[in-house]
Design a protein around this ligand. Structure first.
Ligand code: CA
Length: 421
């Protein structure tokens, strides 16, 4: 599919992350104004809440589903409404539409530069997976040795853990270095201390837009996914290493999970579908992929020390995952576990096969043994206070780019001992 031209000129600029082909969903405010649902187009945000109230563009003739600071009520209406809303919006924003339509939509839009972006949906629950094979091999080799790197179940099960919806924050939210219980290799006993091995995990998050009440197939799961965001699963490696056996990560992953502010819809990503890699062990039937479930999305990570320029520290692609979000979601429901509108599914860390493609500092610095060198000449094994870490994502089509907006956070120093009295 080529670039769809819009009468909003900025949307047609080469490299613009928000062309007419994208139309991602976010929540914004201007000044002291209230939070409103918006659609990114070029360098502007369309006020979807205002367009609904004015009767210009409605998802539901009887209910104001966008009269809220989140897209959940809209998502609940389901794939047919998602498609008809997108089609109507595409028509109104396309080059050549009546001047009257252009005037109305201009009235209901604001420059993106003047807006503050908020979390785009109410996160009902958050589950994070461990579904990148290169990441699992790297981490497993460091923790258990190369012979036992992949757990015996890994090639059969998309492994996950139940995270905390309360940890999810939008890009730009500062991230405080956590305290926690940890036991370093030179410690005889565990101690309570600020995390010294604070890390990122480059992931994509799938946003569940439809509920389920029993086991669903991979195809049904596919139809439940409204869209995707970039996701950074901030990880306290020293806390995680001490706590993770036998029930998996807990406090090491609970400090914060940053997501990008725009939900890029599955509809916008359709031209970029890509299959999961060849199976190394046959999957059980309920996990088999009938159509490509991944997407060709270039991903990168930048790190900027306080007051300094950013360096790119990793580049990879969403295609590197071993399991798709639809497979993860199908597995998640296989026990009968109900899913809700607003569930967030973390892909797991995305790493490619080569060293510069690793999606965490744990892997890039090989557990701290091989610090990386930034463009500024500084070295990093793990994140330092004042570092700004950002994830970037782009799917490149025929003359256009589908972007996600920023997914960034700056590390704040640990507090004084929170339990000192
Ligand atoms: Ca993770």
């Amino acid at each position: 599919m080529p670039l769809l031209n819009s009468w909003i000129e900025g949307a047609n600029a080469p490299g613009c992350p928000f062309p007419l082909n994208n139309l991602p969903c976010g929540v914004f405010s201007v000044g002291d104004g209230d939070l409103r649902c918006g659609i990114a187009i070029g360098d502007r945000i369309l006020d979807a809440t205002g367009l609904e109230a004015a009767g210009v563009l409605r998802a539901d003739p009887d209910a104001d589903v966008l009269d809220a600071p989140f897209w959940n009520d809209f998502m609940e209406l389901g794939p047919r409404v998602w498609a008809s809303y997108r089609a109507a919006l595409t028509e109104m924003l396309a080059e050549g539409v009546d001047d009257a339509v252009q005037d109305t939509l201009t009235t209901y839009s604001v420059p993106m530069a003047e807006a503050t972006l908020h979390i785009p949906f109410k996160v009902s629950e958050y589950t994070d997976f461990y579904a990148g094979k290169h990441h699992a091999m790297n981490v497993g080799t460091m923790f258990r040795g190369a012979a036992n790197a992949l757990p015996p179940n890994w090639l059969s099960i998309p492994i996950g853990y139940n995270g905390r919806a309360s940890s999810v924050v939008v890009s730009g939210t500062p991230v405080r270095r956590p305290w926690g219980q940890l036991k370093g290799p030179n410690d005889d006993l565990p101690r309570f201390a600020p995390c010294a091995r604070f890390d990122l995990e480059l992931e994509m998050g799938a946003v569940v837009g439809q509920p389920s009440s029993g086991p669903v197939s991979v195809e049904e799961a596919e139809a439940m996914i409204f869209g995707y965001v970039l996701l950074n699963d901030w990880s306290a490696r020293d806390i995680q290493a001490w706590e993770y056996q036998p029930l998996g990560p807990f406090q090491g992953k609970a400090t914060a999970t940053t997501i990008s502010p725009w939900i890029v819809t599955t509809a916008a990503l359709e031209p970029f579908r890509a299959p999961t890699p060849p199976r190394e062990r046959d999957l059980l039937r309920y996990l088999e992929e009938k159509r490509p479930g991944l997407f060709d999305i270039d991903l990168s990570v930048t790190l900027a020390p306080e007051g300094k320029a950013a360096s790119t520290i990793a580049r990879t692609n969403f295609r590197e995952m071993y399991y798709s979000a639809a497979q993860q979601l199908a597995h998640h429901t296989s026990s009968g576990c109900a899913m809700n509108v607003g569930d967030l599914i973390g892909s797991g860390t995305i790493s490619g096969p080569d060293k510069p493609e690793r999606g965490s500092l744990l892997e890039l610095s090989w557990g701290g043994k091989e610090p990386i060198t930034l463009d500024t000449g500084e070295h990093r094994s793990f994140l330092e206070d004042g570092d700004t870490l950002a994830l970037h994502g782009a799917a490149t089509g025929d003359g256009y780019t589908i972007g996600f907006g920023p997914c960034a956070g700056t590390i704040q120093p640990a507090l004084e001992d929170p339990y000192a009295r």
